[in-house]
Ligand binder design. Sequence first.
Ligand SMILES: Nc1ncnc2c1ncn2[C@@H]1O[C@H](COP(=O)(O)OP(=O)(O)OP(=O)(O)O)[C@@H](O)[C@H]1O
Length: 292
Amino acid sequence: MTVEQKNAENAYLSIENVSIDFPTPNGPFRALNDVSLRIAKGEFISLIGHSGCGKSTVLNIVAGLYEATEGGVILDKKEVNQPGPERAVVFQNHSLLPWLTAYQNVELAVNQVFKGTKSKAEMKEWIEHNLRLVHMEHAMHKRPDEISGGMKQRVGIARALAMEPKVLLMDEPFGALDALTRAHLQDSLIEIQSELNSTVIMITHDVDEAVLLSDRIVMMTNGPAATIGEILQVDLARPRDRLEMAKDAEYNRYRAEVLEFLHKRHSNPAQKKPTPETSSEKAEDKKIRAVA
Ligand SMILES: Nc1ncnc2c1ncn2[C@@H]1O[C@H](COP(=O)(O)OP(=O)(O)OP(=O)(O)O)[C@@H](O)[C@H]1O
């Protein structure tokens, strides 16, 4: 059986022939063209590609925030056509309510999902359990302005996990953090993933992050009309240890494979013909190189 057939059989989340046109003053702009991806339960998928290729658009369609012009998304046999708590999103910039403590921020989401099904005591235990999962039990009664950026991101992840989503959607969740904090959070995510076996789609610009965390890395072509260019299956044994990985020849082969895709086979067109209008894309490309 081919990998493709195996994925089709095990699909928990299916993105089927998705295309999207955004209206612009010059007519419709096709951002994504014919994107298809089948994801198994418990799989960790990274989406990587140059700035503006459409990664967030894919995630927003799965989240139900954007509607595909063609094709659609099916999660656990049901079509996705609006946002819902079974698809929790973690953004780059933590979106905690500033006047609530870490505990209360998680409580808000838990109330939304479990009101009527869990007792007050069960809810308290569940909120604390999720804060413990991200190692935030010591600061659960602090407000966002009293904790660091990395801690806020941990609370954002706890809040998403506490909703017990079928799929966790992460849009550059560690993009705004310094390298060390980022590494700590990646390690926490590896730990959580091995404990919960969550199904995850994560957007990243960081090649090491993608290889370290993913079962498959989905590499997107440049837009407009972006689509999936290649998919890299990462067959590294778990649990993965970052220090051991750095010396592992297989790990470095996967890493080189992603870099080749991004900088050779699908290099950023902004780099080839630099113009003032593309300066923001060039900055983004530097971001990919800097973290690679
Ligand atoms: N609501 C919208 N209306 C019009 N165009 C949009 C809209 N959302 C995205 N686009 C366009 O679709 C393309 C893909 O954008 P998207 O944000 O998905 O890219 P991305 O790969 O996530 O970028 P980045 O890595 O910089 O976050 C871009 O050309 C963008 O300008």
